[in-house]
Write a protein that binds this ligand. Structure first.
Ligand code: C2E
Ligand code: MG
Ligand code: MG
Ligand code: MG
Length: 279
């Protein structure tokens, strides 16, 4: 009896695994076609100067609209793109699209507008990556000083010596490097000293309870002070309330991003906001 139900259980797991594998294969097939079918697009979330409220740049955030699956968030397909190697084509497309779009907005009168592009570890470690960045800058004619690449601490720490070399090359080009989700990974101070980053993006988890949790306030304050000391810009991520924004201002954090300011917006929507701010 017991044996039988055990067997059933195994069959059940096998069926479930099969189902998951099929789903994965199906997703992979869909994702392979997503680029050519133009199902991928970018949303842009403004980053503001807390003191002036001005939009200094936008973070490009990828979206996938599939006819059957609907809107798929990056958390669901970026890992798959990494596993299958599709991340290289997708990442190249993101870089090119974000640079061209930003150049267009600059030509509409937002001269110093920056763009922040997320780069995954695999993409960053690929030998062709620097050439991809150069090509995006060349084709878009965007100034390298207006491009910032976002990498998490953990992506930077993977193959550390190679990361440092690539980051130095990017820095020489004039491209900025932001540590995404700063504080949530494993970078120690000694790494931070060696990594040629230009910006720290303070992880949302420290901002969430900023006004109620004293430890979070202390941590955020320390990150901002350290950032200033190291000559790095600090951007607070995931700012959702006016109280958080006020506190960040008091702590001398210069830049912020989050739902209380702007959500990720479609390119057409953002144009309206940037134009409205000028009036
Ligand atoms: P991330 O780079 O840390 O991006 C911030 C995420 O927080 C975004 O989620 C954004 O929509 C969300 N967010 C913004 N403001 C708020 C807020 O006030 N509250 C809360 N709760 N969330 C906020 P999204 O767009 O789903 O992206 C998730 C992650 O996917 C990104 O995290 C990034 O790691 C990755 N990703 C997005 N676009 C790309 C891309 O083009 N390439 C690669 N390699 N990764 C990407
Ligand atoms: Mg990011
Ligand atoms: Mg982040
Ligand atoms: Mg993140």
């Amino acid at each position: 009896m017991a044996k039988k139900s055990g067997g059933n259980r195994i069959q059940f797991y096998a069926a479930k695994m099969n189902e998951e594998m099929l789903y994965r294969l199906e997703m992979e097939g869909y994702l392979r076609k997503a680029l050519e079918k133009q199902e991928l697009f970018l949303c842009y979330q403004p980053i503001i100067d807390i003191h002036t409220g001005a939009i200094i740049g936008n973070e490009a955030l990828i979206r996938w609209r599939h006819p059957q699956l609907g809107l798929v968030r990056p958390g669901e397909f970026i890992p798959l793109a990494e596993e299958t190697g599709l991340i290289h084509d997708i990442g190249r497309w993101v870089l090119m699209t974000a640079c061209k779009q930003t150049k267009e907005w600059q030509q509409l009168g937002n001269e110093h507008l920056s763009v922040f592009v997320n780069v995954s570890a695999m993409q960053f470690q690929h030998e062709q990556f620097i050439d991809d960045v150069k090509e995006a800058l060349r084709q878009s004619q965007l100034s390298p000083h207006c491009l910032h690449l976002e990498l998490t601490e953990n992506s930077m720490l993977r193959h550390l010596s190679n990361s440092i070399q690539v980051m130095n090359e990017l820095k020489q080009l004039g491209v900025g490097i932001a540590v995404d989700d700063f504080g949530s990974g494993y970078a120690s101070f000694s790494y931070l000293k060696r990594l040629p980053a230009t910006t720290l993006k303070i992880d949302r988890s420290f901002i969430e309870q900023l006004h109620t949790n004293q430890s979070d306030t202390a941590i955020v304050k320390a990150i901002i002070t350290m950032g200033h000391g190291l000559g790095l810009k600090t951007i607070a991520e995931g700012v959702e309330t006016v109280e958080q924004l006020e506190l960040l201002k008091m702590l001398h954090c210069r830049y912020a991003q989050g739902y209380v300011l702007y959500p990720p917006l479609a390119a057409e929507e953002l144009v309206g906001y940037m134009a409205a701010r000028k009036k």
